[in-house]
Design a protein around this ligand. Structure first.
Ligand SMILES: Cc1cc2nc3c(=O)[nH]c(=O)nc-3n(C[C@H](O)[C@H](O)[C@H](O)COP(=O)(O)OP(=O)(O)OC[C@H]3O[C@@H](n4cnc5c(N)ncnc54)[C@H](O)[C@@H]3O)c2cc1C
Length: 378
């Protein structure tokens, strides 16, 4: 069986790898160099997500062991770290919110530990500025993080070893056939035939599905009440060792390679505008705002540290906030995967989608079919 996977980000890479391991002949195509994409720049917090959906919690919780299985199959520098995640608040309101979140996770039997300031400083992260902490610090020991660019590169390296043909810099501009779909047309004019096409194109999903008259609603930048755009800031090496994901009240921190950090601020994301996607300078200015906060969270860590990269990404967020996984209605042999939390979910989705494409439907995927949107169309 011949498969084409469109999109070589975290999800497409993992889907292609698992298909190849199952004996498929696989072509993985991407319009750009995947090192330039969202997955490679991602924040990379890997965790079970409690957003009110039991099915999404189960999917994301199951992703943690899937990362371990995948990490055991890749070579090179390690990219997956199960070292936990620390949250704290600096106001009574923030403390109430964190307590509510912790209660939700405990109700699902997901481990949550409470630390006082002294113990957090001595056991989890020395040097934090914790004078204004309200309530306990919450540590989620089962949470993890990935070094996102290493993760994507390691999956691609393993794909190559499994014989996956990786083509980058050539956009899919059309599909061959509609029902069934029998391949893709590339911007270069080349046509590649296959028995099945799996689209893992992130924000490019709509354009692919439009070729067969289908669609999955994604939240768009500028939609009221939603946060789609996000700024991810990579620092130069910092003079302080950070082991785990930190969620300070106004700054999130993730350890990166070579002593660097990846920084993210939700409130800065809210100030981004759709036009900023094309304005590198705008991203740089916002990145300086983000970097300035590092010294307030980890005094000493910001000294002499610079912004190495500032990446404005758009979350590939289906309209109901949940993943979309399944065969596209009305377009035989075309399978769609698009989701937020993609760095968390990619290794599991790789396994699960490859099994579904091979003919074994997954219980875990059953709650995420694209029909939930198409069924509502008039
Ligand atoms: C600010 C921010 C913070 C985030 N934090 C986290 C987090 O902590 N944990 C987490 O799990 N997730 C997080 N996410 C979400 C996560 O980054 C994404 O869900 C994930 O990267 C999506 O992976 P993907 O492979 O689907 O998409 P992408 O990485 O975007 O890959 C899709 C690929 O498809 C290619 N493509 C698109 N159209 C075409 C076409 N027509 N032809 C050929 N190729 C095409 C693109 O070039 C791209 O390389 C965050 C996102 C943002 C913006």
């Amino acid at each position: 069986m011949r498969a084409i996977v469109v999109g070589a980000g975290s999800i497409g890479g993992c889907v292609a790898l698992n298909l190849a391991e199952q004996g498929f002949s696989v072509a993985l195509v991407d319009a750009q160099d995947p090192g330039d994409g969202l997955s490679a720049h991602g924040f990379g917090w890997v965790n079970a997500v409690d957003n009110g959906s039991d099915a999404y919690f189960a999917l994301t919780a199951e992703s943690l062991p899937a990362h371990e299985r995948l990490a055991a199959r890749t070579d090179g520098e390690p990219w997956f770290f199960r070292r936990g995640n620390l949250h704290w608040a600096d106001s009574a309101e923030g403390a109430r919110r964190l307590a509510g979140t912790a209660a939700g996770y405990r109700a699902r039997d997901y481990p949550v530990e409470e630390y006082d300031v002294e113990r957090a400083l001595s056991e989890l992260q020395p040097g934090l500025a914790l004078d204004d902490v309200h309530g306990p610090l919450y540590h989620y020991p089962a949470d993890a993080h990935v070094i996102s660019d290493r993760f994507v590169a390691a999956v691609h390296a393993r794909c190559r070893r499994e014989g996956v043909e990786i083509r980058t810099g050539d956009r899919v501009t059309g599909l061959l056939g509609t029902d069934p779909v029998r391949g893709v047309v590339l911007a270069s004019g080349e046509r590649i035939r296959a028995d099945v096409v799996i689209t893992c194109a992130g924000r490019g999903t709509q354009a692919i599905l439009a070729h067969v008259g289908a669609g999955v609603p994604l939240v768009e930048p500028g939609d009221p009440g939603t946060l789609t755009m996000g700024l991810l800031v990579r620092t130069s090496p910092v003079p302080v060792r950070v082991e785990r994901v930190l969620h300070a009240p106004e700054l999130s921190v993730r350890p990166h390679s070579g002593g660097r950090l990846v920084l993210h601020c939700h409130d800065v994301d809210h100030d981004l505008e759709p036009g900023d996607l094309d304005r590198a300078e705008q991203g740089r200015l916002a990145a300086t705002r983000v970097l300035d906060r590092l010294g307030t969270v980890l005094p000493g860590a910001g000294d002499g540290v610079e912004v190495e990269s500032a990446y404005v990404g758009v979350r590939p967020m289906p309209a109901d906030g949940l993943s979309v996984l399944g065969w596209v209605p009305g377009a035989g042999a075309l399978y769609v995967v698009v989701t937020h939390s993609g760095l968390t979910l990619a290794p599991l989705l790789g396994e699960l989608v490859a099994r579904e494409v091979g003919g074994a439907p997954s219980e875990l995927a059953a709650g995420f079919r694209p029909e939930r949107f198409t069924a509502r169309l008039p």
